[in-house]
Every structure is written in structure tokens, then in C-alpha cells.
Design a protein around this ligand. Sequence first.
Ligand SMILES: Cc1cc2nc3c(=O)[nH]c(=O)nc-3n(C[C@H](O)[C@H](O)[C@H](O)COP(=O)(O)OP(=O)(O)OC[C@H]3O[C@@H](n4cnc5c(N)ncnc54)[C@H](O)[C@@H]3O)c2cc1C
Length: 321
Amino acid sequence: MGQWANWALVLVRTDPSARRKQEGISVLLMDLRAPGVTVRPIRFINGAHFHVQMFFDDVRVPAANLVGVEHAGWSIAKGLLVIERLFVARVGDCKPELASAAKLAGTWRPGPGAQIEDALLARRHAELDIRMRALEAAWWPAVRLAEQGGSPELEASLLKLDGNLLLQDLHTFKLDALGARALPFDPRAIDGEPSPEPLSPGHAENFPLHYWRYRGITLAGGSSEIQRQIVAKAVFGGLTEIDRPRQDELDEQQAIMDGTLRRWLDKHYAFERRRETVAARDGYDPAAWAALADLGLTGLLIPECDGGLGGTVILRARTLR
Ligand SMILES: Cc1cc2nc3c(=O)[nH]c(=O)nc-3n(C[C@H](O)[C@H](O)[C@H](O)COP(=O)(O)OP(=O)(O)OC[C@H]3O[C@@H](n4cnc5c(N)ncnc54)[C@H](O)[C@@H]3O)c2cc1C
């Protein structure tokens, strides 16, 4: 949207001799009306125009426009990226997309008992719904932490990864549900914000525009590979024991669950059995899941008032903050 902007935050190299590439960068608030600034459109393959290329030829920026501390711009950028990643996890987009996907997938009745009649589509939609709920449940605590001045760096990367993949999968689902009806495309909608609603039951309005737009979200704000790297570094970096909290960190109930689970795994789900299960056609073992549910594992994080055990994730809490 740089074609509309008067100002830009620009990351500039201010100390070329810095030891690490992340050092020696500063953030400048740049007036885009200054001499030497050229803004050129980058048009998408479908003609849309969201992105620009900016050229800075000998542009002078007053020293007063330095944001924060000189040479410490990368820390500012990282802080901004955490907020951007929380935003581009797109919980707000997933919910209406999920509802419109259900409508497009065929017969759908709102309210209790809502269902998609095609069994395969109904199952896929239910899986997407579960992922969306898990995403939202994980999203709010991270947003609250950011609101309180914290920096949920790892959470933001995990949420971005998950939310972006979910949105892409949702659009693939819509594409499968619509078939050839996904094809109609009205180029006049390119510069406006087209409605995600279908024009009529047999005609999805400008689906290709949405579909292709969401392909880019796993790049924007740092590609998925970069997010995975951040996660791997945070989880594995400097930790010698990642899978096991120390016994003295567990309360009585946690210690009982820890012991019960370890005994069950040793007896019923050793390494070889897991390998066979993963290689089998369905890739999971319903009997093992039933046994784990009987042990109470699936209710660990569900509040007691809802019939769960009201547990907390102590490993995460220890590694992340
Ligand atoms: C929809 C959209 C909106 C955007 N909006 C903005 C914006 O408002 N402002 C802005 O400044 N930028 C914006 N961008 C740019 C965006 O931030 C970059 O495209 C993105 O960070 C990826 O960088 P790159 O394109 O240079 O890819 P590259 O860094 O060239 O990466 C190419 C490939 O190499 C991989 N790769 C790169 N480095 C590593 C590594 N160290 N380890 C492993 N794999 C690696 C990447 O994952 C990718 O697959 C936007 C991009 C998109 C698609």
C-alpha cells in the first residue's frame, strides 16, 4: 500500500563495520515526499496492486527522525514483527472463512445441528473447525501478554505458522467444494475489497482472487522456514533436557500423571509400536488414544468446571519466558 503512504519506517545500515549483520541497523521515519524517493507499482499476475517497489536516491533524512536508539534498529524491527505475526495469524479471518466454507460446501443449516451433507467434506470441515478453535485458544493468551508489555516471540511465530497454513487449507477446501464453480472471476473487483459471499449458490464471487492472495501469507512477515527456525532456536537452544520437567517442578497431581503416563508408554507404546502405528494406513491408533483418554490425558488442559483436570503447561512456561 506504499502508493498511498506519506511516511515510511525504513531500516537502514548505519554502521557498515558492525560485527553481526543484525547490528548496525537503525530505523528512520522517512518522508516519502522528499526528493529522491521513487515509488513504483508491483502488479500481481491478476492485475491487483497492493505492493510497491521504493527507490531511495541520495534521500536526506533529518537526524530528529531517528526512531529509538541508533544502530539498535533490529530490536525495534523484531518487536514490530512479533505484533505483525500475531496479526497475520489471522484468527479474525479464519472464523468468517470457515462459516462461508460451510455454506459453499453444500447444504448447511445454521445453529445446533448445522451440517454439511457430503460426509467427506463434513469431516474435512470439522477438522478445520477444530484447528481454528485451537488457534484461537492459543492466540488470546499471546495477545494478552503483548498487551501487558511482554514479547510473545515464540508464540507469535507458532501462531503465524499455524494460522497461515489453516487459511490456505481452508481455501483449498473451498476450491475442492466448489469445483468449476470456483472459476468465475470479475476483474473489476481487483481494486476493491470483494465480498467473500457467493453471488448465487452456483457461483462463488471472485474466489481466485482470495485463493491467490492467501498463497502469499506464508511469505509475508517472514517465511514459514524462518518461523520454524525461530521456534527451533527457542525450543532447543540452550536447553539440555527438553522433554522432561524436573520432578521438583511438579505438584502432586502432575507427578502422579507423569508417572502414570511413563508407565503406560513403557508398557503399551514403546518405540517399535509407535513406528508401526505411524507407518500404518491411518497413521494413528484409536485404541491407544482411547487408553490415553481413559488416563485423563485429553482433559488435562480443560478447566475443572468443564469436567477437565484444569492443568497447565509447565514445560512451555519454563522454556519460553
Ligand atoms: C503478501 C505480502 C506482503 C508483504 N508485505 C510487506 C510489507 O508490508 N513490508 C515489507 O517490508 N515487506 C513485505 N513483504 C515482503 C516479505 O516480508 C518478504 O517477502 C519475506 O520476508 C520473505 O523475504 P524474501 O522475499 O526476501 O525471501 P528470501 O529471503 O529471498 O527467501 C527465499 C526462500 O528462501 C528461504 N530462506 C531465506 N532465508 C532462509 C534461512 N536463513 N534459512 C532457511 N530458509 C531461508 C525462504 O523461506 C524462502 O523460501 C510482503 C510479502 C508478501 C508476500
